[in-house]
Design a protein around this ligand. Structure first.
Ligand code: ADP
Ligand code: ADP
Length: 229
């Protein structure tokens, strides 16, 4: 498992407005680190920089000590898994929709990913609105099940680094709890950086980083932060 490092990262979308003001932190190999902070603090920006949607104007982002600017886009995409909020479903079985996450995935790998996302029971079913050749109707997936397909698609890549966003606003609270539990199980044993929206969901994180106006305001375990707060 790799280590992800932000080393004095300076970034702004516009030249006269700096969003990250010399940000340094580390996600040690196999550790779960969560980011919290008010809306606009720069949490999503951090995820975008890791994925190289943008490059910082100052400082470096490193994976195992190597500047990600020296890594090809292909190997970066292989190393980093992201579970999108909304995923497109194709006119094929849930299993094939999961396999789409990585070209060349074997059936065993697809089944393991489906198990990890608690989707095994739906693997041979079709998504909503599609007909099979025999005229069988597809299954209407709930929001939670669609989110599970997105999780399984990421799992099939078996990425060593996971970027998770806990924004699950479209889901009812019971489904949200289920999805968060699945995401946390998936992150276990990987190097993971989670954008969290509530402290209560990340009690198990190894470290919580509190971001405010592009700087680290606090960092510590859940218990330590509750003492400060
Ligand atoms: P968070 O995820 O913590 O809510 P963001 O990283 O989305 O915060 O945003 C940090 C700051 O960057 C905010 O002030 C936001 O308005 C600004 N911002 C985000 N995306 C863009 C963009 N594409 N162009 C210009 N400013 C942006
Ligand atoms: P792929 O299977 O094509 O490699 P990825 O797992 O790399 O897919 O990414 C899944 C989707 O999420 C892609 O469409 C990508 O553009 C999008 N994405 C990646 N990083 C971010 C991010 N930080 N914020 C929003 N969307 C992202």
């Amino acid at each position: 498992r790799p280590t992800l490092t932000f080393d004095n990262v300076v970034f702004g979308y516009e030249p006269e407005r700096t969003i990250l003001k010399g940000l340094s932190f580390e996600v040690p190999a196999g550790h779960q680190v969560a980011l919290v902070g008010p809306s606009g603090a720069g949490k999503s920006t951090i995820a975008r920089l890791v994925f190289r949607f943008y490059d910082p104007q100052g400082g470096r982002i490193l994976i195992d000590g190597q500047d990600i600017r020296g890594v090809t886009q292909a190997s970066l995409r292989q190393a980093i898994g992201i579970v999108p909020q909304d995923s497109v479903l194709f006119n094929d079985t849930i299993g094939y929709n999961i396999a789409y996450g990585r070209g060349g995935a074997t059936m065993d790998e697809v089944e393991a990913a489906a198990r990890g996302a608690a989707l095994s029971h739906l693997i041979d079913r079709l998504p909503d609105g599609f007909d099979t050749e025999v005229g069988e109707r597809g299954l209407k997936l709930s929001g939670g099940e669609k989110q599970r397909v997105a999780i399984a698609r990421t799992l099939v890549k078996n990425p060593p680094i996971l970027l998770l966003d806990e924004a699950t606003s479209a889901l009812d609270s019971r489904t949200e709890q289920d999805i968060l539990a699945t995401l946390h199980a998936v992150a276990e044993g990987r190097t993971s950086l989670t954008i969290a929206h509530r402290l209560s969901t990340i009690a198990d994180a190894d470290t919580i980083l509190v971001l405010n106006e592009g700087r680290l305001a606090e960092q510590g375990t859940h218990a330590q932060l509750l003492r400060i707060g």
